[in-house]
Design a protein around this ligand. Structure first.
Ligand SMILES: [Zn+2]
Ligand SMILES: [Zn+2]
Ligand SMILES: [Zn+2]
Ligand SMILES: [Zn+2]
Length: 198
């Protein structure tokens, strides 16, 4: 049965998106990270919450460190997804970050609001959030050479400032719940206010 990786609600087969969280459902039974005990998806390389490597040590898909291609990664930056080895890992409160100090700040100030493996979907979400005046950061694993092997499993993380999270969630939920939203609908609302009435 598919379930929501965020709230762990189980859904009937055929449902694709969690009605509450607006995130894509994943197949199988809920799994938990051995390190932080937060829910993880079956085919995740790293835990979304703490960044620890979820694959077995001898798994072929185990990525190498982004800086040291001869060393296996022990985790991935929870902001940008970059794989880090023992030496490169910047572990803060049990969470993995890469060597980019800004990513720790991003983690403190921003929340992950949407994640997808489809770049166009992330761009659509970013465009909608930005047009609502939100502060958006997008981290795309597709651009990283070390994720070439996992191809379509590479993720795009869309993050927004913490204080704008609820607003962003609403916007995303409305995009995802109205298939075929192109233009039109979103535009309608804003104009009502300013439009003159006959
Ligand atoms: Zn959910
Ligand atoms: Zn974890
Ligand atoms: Zn990073
Ligand atoms: Zn390294």
């Amino acid at each position: 049965m598919p379930y929501c990786p965020q709230c762990l609600t189980e859904y009937e087969a055929g449902v694709e998106t969690c009605a509450d969280c607006g995130v894509p459902l994943v197949e199988g039974n809920p799994l938990f990270c051995p390190k932080c005990e937060e829910p993880v998806a079956e085919n995740d390389t790293f835990c979304d919450h703490c960044g620890v490597l979820l694959l077995e040590e001898d798994d072929e898909k185990r990525p190498e460190c982004a800086v040291h291609p001869d060393r296996p990664a022990i985790g991935g930056c929870i902001v940008c997804g970059k794989p880090v080895c023992e030496e490169c890992a910047n572990e803060v409160e049990g969470k993995f970050f890469c060597d980019d100090d800004r990513h720790l700040d991003v983690h403190q100030d921003y929340l992950l609001v949407f994640r997808t493996s489809a770049i166009y979907e992330a761009e659509m979400v970013r465009a909608n959030l930005e047009s609502a005046g939100l502060d958006v950061q997008v981290f795309d694993q597709h651009g990283h050479i070390y994720f070439v092997d996992i191809g379509e499993m590479a993720r795009v993380n869309v993050m927004v400032r913490k204080d704008q999270y609820d607003q962003a969630r609403e916007i995303i939920a409305s995009i995802l719940s109205s298939p075929g939203t192109d233009e039109g609908e979103e535009r309608g609302e804003g104009e009502e206010e300013s439009g003159e009435r006959p």
